[in-house]
Design a protein around this ligand. Structure first.
Ligand SMILES: N[C@@H](CCC(=O)N[C@@H](CS)C(=O)NCC(=O)O)C(=O)O
Length: 226
C-alpha cells in the first residue's frame, strides 16, 4: 500500500493532485495528513515533513523505502507502476497533450496561484471581483486556462478524453474559480460541472468541508469568525 502525505484538504492544492489520481484510479493508499500550523513557522508541521522529506514540502509518496516528493513526479511514477490503468491517456496525441498541459500547470499560472490561493470552504466572490478588475495578469492566466479547457475532445468530457492526470492537475483551479466567483465562459462552467461530478473530486471537497483547521497565513482575505 502506498503512503501519501498531504496537508489540509481545504488549502493544499499540490496535495490534491496526486490524491485525486490515487483515488480516481482506485490505487491502494493510506493518506496521512500533516496539518499546516495556524501561524507560519510555528508548530511541528515543518519538522514532521522534514522527517520524511528533506525538501520540507508535501505531497510526499512513500512506496516502501522509495520516497517521491513532487506532485508531477509522483503521478508519473504511479503511471509507470500501473501501465494498465491509463493514468495518462491511451491515445498518443492526447497523452502528449495531457503531459504538456500538466507541465504548463506545474510551472505556470503564478498570478492565479498567488492571488487566488485554494480555499475550498470560503466564498470570496467579492474579493474575486476586485482581483479580476485590478489584475490583468490574473485575467491572462484565466484566459489561457479557459483556452486549454475549451480544447477538450468533447464538451461534456474531461481534458484529454477520460479522466487523467491532466484533470487532476487542473482540479484546484476548478475550486478556485468557484471560491473567487471568477467570470468564466459557459464551456468552462461545463467542464467544472464535469469535474465536480467525479466521485474522487466530491470526496476531496467533502473532506475539505469537514476540516476545522484555520491557517492564518493562507487566509489573507478574511478573518476567523468566533
Ligand atoms: N512543486 C511541489 C510543490 C509542493 C508545495 O509547494 N507544497 C506546499 C503545500 S501545497 C508545502 O508543502 N508548503 C509548505 C512549506 O512550503 O513550508 C509539488 O509539485 O509537489
Amino acid at each position: 500500500m502506498y503512503q501519501l502525505y498531504i496537508a489540509n484538504k481545504n488549502y493544499s492544492s499540490w496535495s490534491m493532485r496526486p490524491w485525486l489520481v490515487l483515488q480516481a484510479f482506485h490505487l491502494p493508499f493510506q493518506e496521512n495528513i500533516i496539518a499546516f500550523p495556524v501561524e507560519r513557522n510555528t508548530g511541528t508541521f515543518k519538522q514532521d515533513v522534514l522527517a520524511i522529506n528533506p525538501n520540507g514540502k508535501v505531497p510526499v509518496l512513500l512506496d516502501k523505502e522509495l520516497m517521491l516528493w513532487d506532485s508531477l513526479a509522483i503521478c508519473e511514477y504511479l503511471a509507470e507502476q500501473h501501465p494498465d490503468l491509463a493514468l495518462w491517456p491511451q491515445d498518443v496525441k492526447q497523452r502528449a497533450r495531457a503531459r504538456c498541459i500538466a507541465a504548463e500547470m506545474h510551472s505556470g499560472f503564478s498570478q492565479l496561484r498567488n492571488l487566488c490561493g485554494m480555499n475550498i470552504r470560503a466564498n470570496l466572490a467579492e474579493v474575486g471581483q476586485r482581483l479580476w478588475q485590478d489584475n490583468p495578469e490574473l485575467r491572462q492566466d484565466v484566459a489561457r486556462i479557459e483556452q486549454i479547457w475549451a480544447q477538450r475532445p468533447h464538451a461534456d468530457g474531461f481534458l484529454c478524453g477520460a479522466f487523467s492526470i491532466a484533470d487532476a492537475f487542473y482540479a484546484p483551479v476548478v475550486t478556485r474559480f468557484m471560491t473567487y466567483g471568477l467570470p468564466v465562459s459557459e464551456s468552462t462552467l461545463q467542464y467544472m460541472q464535469t469535474m465536480l461530478q467525479h466521485p474522487a473530486m466530491q470526496l476531496w471537497i467533502a473532506d475539505a468541508l469537514k476540516e476545522d483547521g484555520w491557517v492564518n497565513y493562507l487566509e489573507s482575505y478574511q478573518q476567523k469568525q468566533h
